[in-house]
Ligand binder design. Structure first.
Ligand code: ADP
Ligand code: MG
Length: 729
């Protein structure tokens, strides 16, 4: 068996970096060349059609059939000229779980249809064979089939279809005939819309020229890379996306700085390759290699409008997956592929921009703009404070459960970091007693708002341990899992901020109706909000045990298990918020809840099965063979009269026996727990049993297996070891 491991190692060792021709043209010459972008539309569409389409994108408006026909015609000729043979609606169903994750994130598996017949109707609406996509009971409830619909705000693009041709991919939503969302994109678009409305209304207090607010997202994506042959020699990586066993390497993170002076050549070639392809697909990425663990890297795009950024992240992950194949590599997007080693996140950098070009979370040198900045800042803090558990629910998954609170990752406690000077400024504002503004006074100076920009400029402090940190002109939500579709978290974040801004507007308008001065009313309300939500602010080390204690004493939640975190979606307040903001109705939330629980169960179940199989059929069997060898050695020594010398050998024999016994019992108990859980019909209850009882056996089994790895002859050990996986040439 260990032959397999050594063969894989030989293959991995012999590989050379692929030669990748770096693009000779300037970036501007190929950026977006595989997308049906604005530029292309301008040249190929009639001026009327172009105007209608861009207008519809701006206003989320409808596109009528005649225009759709024209766009479809233009898309078809553009795509065929570039070698497209097929087209497909590209959407993001609610899968995304470990085993099939990489192709399920978005979907070209819906058979691409031949492009000759492509017309407006086919552009606007498609009926995929939706039976294979999860719907959380929605389709049963409504007895409806699903269809996909074109999202004109995300440009269509070309992908190699693997058969020598290209497929035109049309970003789409996926909904039931009765209108309920079956995908990630639909509620996200609604949340973006809700935020736009709410934020624009609040902006009107400050600037009448602001007519649109667009939330922005720059997701920094962390990932591991391993050799392809080694990947396939680890059934746990193949089936569960993570290693269920493996002893930490002697050389772990402590030496990473030295090790990562430069990127290994094979990885470098891979990066250059996918970066180039990403650029052609209109994705503005820059790769980085500043991650803590060996074999771990990061890619960060320039931020874009949230919907586009989410599509691009999903597309980027798929692209990386494909291009890694070409380089005989495998990308691991799992949150915790290796125990004891840094996990991977997807840091969601988020802000809000206006049609006038202003970043609403950027401090300004102008006092009047400072009030606007503080307004949005405090409202975000309050939204996070009031809905921390919803944010926590939005990042819940089986994979992220391993990462949150483990080494080098934020805990499951949601807190906000603002930095010392900004916190100080808000404290000052809060403690400022009633001020009176006389004729001729500058209200902003009286409020101290003239000082904020200077404070901000000094504010260079960074806190890398905070799950939700203000980083100068945006918030960075770091607790999102690396394999997640950012849409989940962006839907919740934009919805809760929209909801909060709506409340704020009501509060301000109430005061204005009483004849209060606008600026004073705003500041008064912000003071109150701040006082009520500042317990969520934390500047210290978020990874420390002290914080866990302190957070508990502050009454902040620390929801560790995913099923428990997800349950928050079903609370009346959450359901009401989703309804109020028009993001999701009760049935939609409930179906998502079901689907997330099912995914969780499936993931833990797969992991548990892999663990049992590897433990018994690979590890224990190998240990027993080794034990047999040792027994022979001991017997020989005794026969030769070397009884004393036989003692250490017997000691190892005993240790192996004990560990094998514990593993065997552990696996049996785990199987019993699984049976018990599988007999429970209620999904939430079953998920809970998986989270507690089934998973409860993991650590014990793993501990013994990892000990055996240290004892059993390296020659015989069947599983590729961490040190072999983590250091790619
Ligand atoms: P840092 O994490 O050191 O602040 P960057 O400034 O490079 O690093 O930003 C990290 C990510 O944040 C990038 O993806 C970047 O595009 C994104 N980002 C920057 N400004 C904004 C913004 N206004 N809205 C959303 N994301 C942003
Ligand atoms: Mg960052």
């Amino acid at each position: 068996m260990s032959n397999f491991r050594f063969k894989a190692l030989e293959i991995a060792q012999s590989r050379q970096a692929l030669l990748v021709a770096a693009p000779t043209e300037r970036v501007a010459d190929f950026f977006g060349s595989n997308t049906f972008n604005n530029e292309v539309m301008r040249t190929l569409l009639s001026p009327e059609a172009y105007l209608k389409v861009t207008e519809a994108i701006q206003t989320n408006g409808q596109i009528d059939r005649a225009i759709a026909d024209e766009v479809a015609g233009a898309m078809k000729s553009w795509a065929t000229a570039k070698g497209a043979t097929h087209y497909t609606h590209w959407f993001q169903p609610l899968t995304g779980e470990t085993a099939e994750k990489h192709d399920a994130f978005f979907d070209i598996t819906v058979e691409g249809k031949a492009i000759e017949k492509f017309k407006g109707g086919a552009l606007v609406q498609q009926e995929p064979d939706a039976s294979s996509f999860p719907n959380g009971g929605l389709r049963n409830t409504f007895e409806a089939r699903g269809y996909t619909g074109w999202d004109p705000s995300s440009p269509a693009f070309l992908m190699d279809n693997g058969a020598g041709g290209k497929t035109l991919c049309i970003p789409s939503v996926f909904i039931a005939y009765t209108g309920e969302a079956l995908d990630y994109k639909t509620p996200l678009l609604k949340a973006i819309n809700a935020l736009d409305k709410a934020a624009t209304a609040v902006c009107q207090y400050f600037d009448r020229n602001i007519s649109k607010v667009t939330p922005t997202l720059g997701p920094e994506q962390e990932y591991f890379v391993v050799d392809r042959a080694l990947f396939y020699a680890r059934p746990d990586l193949v089936l569960a996306g993570r290693t269920v066993f493996g002893h930490a390497p002697a050389r772990g993170q402590q030496l990473d700085d030295h090790y990562f002076g430069s990127i290994p050549p094979r990885i470098n070639a891979f990066m250059v390759d996918f970066e180039f392809e990403s650029m052609k697909l209109g994705m503005p990425v820059r790769t980085r290699h500043n991650e803590v663990a060996p074999g771990q890297f990061e890619v960060a795009p320039t931020f874009e409008e949230v919907n586009l950024a989410v599509d691009h992240n999903a597309l980027l992950m798929d692209l990386m997956d494909k291009i890694a194949e070409k380089h005989n590599l495998k990308v691991l997007f799992h949150e915790k592929p290796f125990a004891g080693i840094n996990g991977s996140g997807k840091h969601n950098n988020w802000s809000m921009g206006t049609n006038t070009g202003v970043n609403l979370l950027a401090p300004s040198t102008k006092p009047k703009e400072s009030l606007r900045f503080i307004t949005f800042l405090v409202n975000v803090v309050k939204a996070v404070h009031d809905n921390a558990d919803m944010l926590r629910a939005s990042i819940a998954s089986a994979g992220n459960e391993y990462r949150l609170g483990a080494n080098e990752a934020p805990p499951a406690i949601v807190s906000v970091f603002l930095g010392e000077s900004l916190t100080q400024a808000l404290n000052d504002l809060e403690t400022k007693s009633e001020i009176t503004v006389n004729k001729g006074d500058n209200v902003y100076y009286k409020l101290g708002l003239n000082r904020i920009p200077s404070l901000m400029r000094d504010n260079t402090d960074r806190n890398r341990t905070s799950p939700f940190a203000f980083t100068g002109n945006k918030f960075e939500f770091r607790a999102v899992g690396s394999s997640a579709n950012s849409a989940s978290t962006m839907t919740v974040l934009n919805a809760i901020v929209a909801d909060q801004l709506n409340k704020f507007k009501t509060d301000v308008d109430d005061r204005l109706a009483k004849g209060e001065k606008k600026e004073l009313a705003i500041v008064d309300i912000l003071k109150e909000y701040y006082a009520n939500s500042k317990r969520i602010l934390f500047e210290g080390n978020g990874y420390s045990d002290e914080w866990v204690e302190e957070a508990a004493s502050r009454g902040l939640s620390n929801i560790k298990s995913s099923p428990e975190a997800l349950r928050v979606y079903m609370q009346p307040e959450s359901l009401a918020l989703f309804e109020r903001t028009g993001v999701m109705n009760h049935a939609e939330v409930e179906s998502r809840y079901e689907i997330e629980l099912e995914k969780y169960i499936k993931n833990v179940q797969i992991e548990s099965r892999v663990m049992g199989d590897l433990a018994m059929n690979h590890v224990v069997s190998t240990a027993l063979k080794y034990q047999n060898n040792l027994a022979g050695t001991a017997r020989n020594l005794v026969e030769l009269g070397m009884t004393a010398e036989a003692e250490p050998v017997k000691a190892i024999l005993r240790e192996i026996s004990t560990r094998v016994m514990v593993i065997k019992k552990g696996v049996e108990a785990m199987i019993d727990s699984r049976k018990k859980a599988n007999n429970v019909t209620d999904t939430a209850e079953r998920a809970k049993l998986y989270a507690t009882e089934v998973k409860g056996h993991f650590d014990g089994i793993r501990y013994e297996v990892d000990k055996l790895e240290e004892i059993v002859d390296d020659e015989d050990w069947p599983l590729v070891k961490y040190r072999e996986l983590l250091f790619v040439k």
